[in-house]
Structures are given as structure tokens and as C-alpha cells.
Design a protein around this ligand. Sequence first.
Ligand SMILES: Nc1ncnc2c1ncn2[C@@H]1O[C@H](COP(=O)(O)OP(=O)(O)OP(=O)(O)O)[C@@H](O)[C@H]1O
Length: 427
Amino acid sequence: MILILDFGGKCSRIVGRIVRESKVYCEILPHNVSIDRIKEKNPQGIIFTGEVKEEVNEEIFDLGIKAIGLGSKNKALNEKYGVKVYENETYTDDTKKIINDFLFEECNLKPYWDMKEFVDRSIKEIKEQVGDGKAICGLSGGVDSSVAAVLVHEAIGDNLTCVFVDHGLLRKNEAEEVETFFREKFNMNLIKVDARERFLNKLKGITDPEQKRKIIGEEFIRVFEEEQSKLEGIGYLVQGTIYPDVIESGGDENQVVKSHHNVGGLPEDVNFELVEPLRQLFKDEVREVGTILGIPEEAVHRQPFPGPGLGVRVLGEITEEKLDIVREADYIFRDEIKKAGLDKEIWQYFAILPGIRSVGVSAGKRTYNYTVALRAIYSIDGMTAQWAKIPLEVLEKISDRIVNEVEHVNRVVYDITNKPPATIEWE
Ligand SMILES: Nc1ncnc2c1ncn2[C@@H]1O[C@H](COP(=O)(O)OP(=O)(O)OP(=O)(O)O)[C@@H](O)[C@H]1O
């Protein structure tokens, strides 16, 4: 294995992905990890990433492990410790070549990290961990929980029960798709909870985005707990935690291990033992595992979708009418992007209802209706993003369809802001 010693920044994850893509296993640890932990890992090579500001524990170099540094601010490594340093810190062919040369020529490794083997090994490990026990899994329809659920289902079959909460903040047809898919294709025990009204009631009159998120998160936990209490003998909770959720970053001051309990996260007071079969994997690897397990491409390459769903795409107060508008507009947008063959190159694209109304004209009559905003971005990891240069004819078609097909909309605008300074989502 390769050890990536992280001095902060994003570089460690980029390097990590490249090493794994080259079919070599690697782990990312903070730069000041103890020498014993390094020895335990027994790496064949070490890659230093980020900005080396402090002294490096010199004992590392006594271990006789091959090392290089990546990152433009890493000269100190070379000057003080004689480690060869490259300025590369982004995902380019050149960076890949440097890493590949290091892995296969300097460290003499062979490609071995293989997702098919991972699947077989995981199924065996899950069987060992859970035995005849029963597990529950919150299934959002997102990539991580879907792949985790299918993997665990392969291992323990009907002893897994999945709970899917329809909070009414999902995209068009999503609830039906999740239901049909997991029940029919995978024959999984799936409980679908229709909590649409419950969420809408709780959100009535709430306009502050943080408060909306909080309410959605808390209500989700409540619904999930109610469902789990109806089941008997559950001892395990399956979570779609993936490697980027658990990396201890060298840049963070107190080096907290980030937990997976964000919005839409599950109850923390777990009496259950966790089953987290994707903990070691990067997102691309999770997708590959999904494909091996027979999950269709559209689901495996599904674009990121926030936990609170359309709740953060209807700005201001959420009402059923507004949710319907944004859901229909979003559906048309996605449909046209797909028809134009742009769905692979654009990282994320969706509609927003900013809650503004403006004057328009329809069949000779004045209207006063909603504006729909469209957002589409290119990105590699969501940390930075550029607005997508969708051809004007495609934008025109989308706009025409939205104003014609979606009631109460008379204007469509396109967001042409990069991240930073804007974020990808609007709230
Ligand atoms: N509507 C839902 N129904 C059931 N479980 C859900 C739902 N939304 C979220 N969850 C659970 O909470 C976890 C965290 O939710 P979050 O929205 O942060 O997902 P994520 O980290 O993007 O993962 P995923 O790709 O599985 O959606 C999910 O992995 C899933 O187990």
C-alpha cells in the first residue's frame, strides 16, 4: 500500500484517487501521525501532499521507504530532507504520470486493487460481521446508500430491511423509481414511508434556510426512529459512509474525524452496530462497485442531490404549489440536457424557485407569475465549479418548454456564476 501524508488542502484526495485508479491501495493520514502507525501500515511508498509548514518527523526517513512530495509549496521537503518534489497538485495527465512512475518504477508495485475482489471480500466480511442478525438501512436513492444496501443485501438477503422516507422533497418520479427498482430488481425488503404531509406541515411558514434544514433533518430522524421501533430484533445499521467522509485531514486544526451525520443523517444514539462496507472507497470506486452489483448506470452516475432535497431549491417558504413548479421545471431541464447529450459532461444541473414573481404577458393578457432559475455547473469535486456553457439553442428550448408546460411560470433565468463566489445550491 501507499501512504499519503497530508499537510492540508485538497491535494491528498486528488492524489488518493489517482493512486486508486492506478489500482494500488492507499490511505490518507494526517502528516503528524505517529511513527508506529506508519509502521503498522507497512507502506511500500509515501507521498507527501499539501503545504509542508512544520518539521517532518525525521524517523520517517529512517524507515527506508521510498517517498515523493506533490504540491507547489513543498520545496522544504527537498531542501531539508532530500525528497523529490513535484509542483503538481491538480488532476492532470502529468500528475498521473508522476504518480504512476513512482508506484510502478520506483516502488516496484503491481496493479492489484480490484473492485470485483473488493465485492467478494466485502460480502464475506459482512456475512461474518452480521451472521444471522438483522440490519436496517436508510435508503435515500442516492449512490452511497444504494450501493451499500445492495452490497449488504447480497450478503444477508432478507435479514436486511431498507427504509425509504418520501418527505415530499424529492424530484419527479423519484419515489416511484426507488420503490420499483429495489423491490422488483433486487427483491429487497423495502418500507416506503409516505411522510409528505408531515414534512410540509412542519415547514409551514418557515423561511430561514438553516431552520428549514434543521427541521427536515430532525423530522427525518423522527420518522426513521418510528419505523425502526416497529421492527423487531434489529442489531445492525447499514450506512453509506465513504472514504472522503472519514479521512482525517492534516489541514484541520484539531483533526476531527468527520462523521457522516450531516443533514439527512441518521440517529446518533445508535444501539446498533454499524455496517459501513464502503468506508474504504472513493466515490468513483463506489460507482464501480455499483455497476458490478448490477445497479443501472443512471443510478450509479446520478448527480449529487442534497439531503433536504427540493427543500433548499424552493427559496423562502415551502408550499406544495412551489414544490410542484420546481419539480416540473427540473424534470424538463433534465430531460432536455439528456436529449442534447450533455448529461455526462455537466456535473450537476437543476432548477430553483427563487420565489420572485414578475410581470409577463400571455395570450394578450398581463400575468404576474413565478421566475424559475436554472443552474448547471462543471466541477470535479464540488469544491469549485464553473457555470456550464450550455448551447443557447438548448437553453432556448428548455426555457420555451418550461414557460409553456409549467403552470404559474412566466420567466426563466440562467445562473452564470462560478463557485466561488457563489455556491452550487442557492441555499
Ligand atoms: N429520504 C431518505 N430515506 C431514507 N434514508 C435517507 C433519506 N435521505 C437520507 N437518508 C439516509 O441518510 C444518509 C445521509 O444522507 P445524505 O443526504 O447526507 O446522503 P449522502 O451522504 O449524499 O448519501 P447518499 O448518496 O446515500 O444519499 C443516507 O446515506 C441515507 O442512509
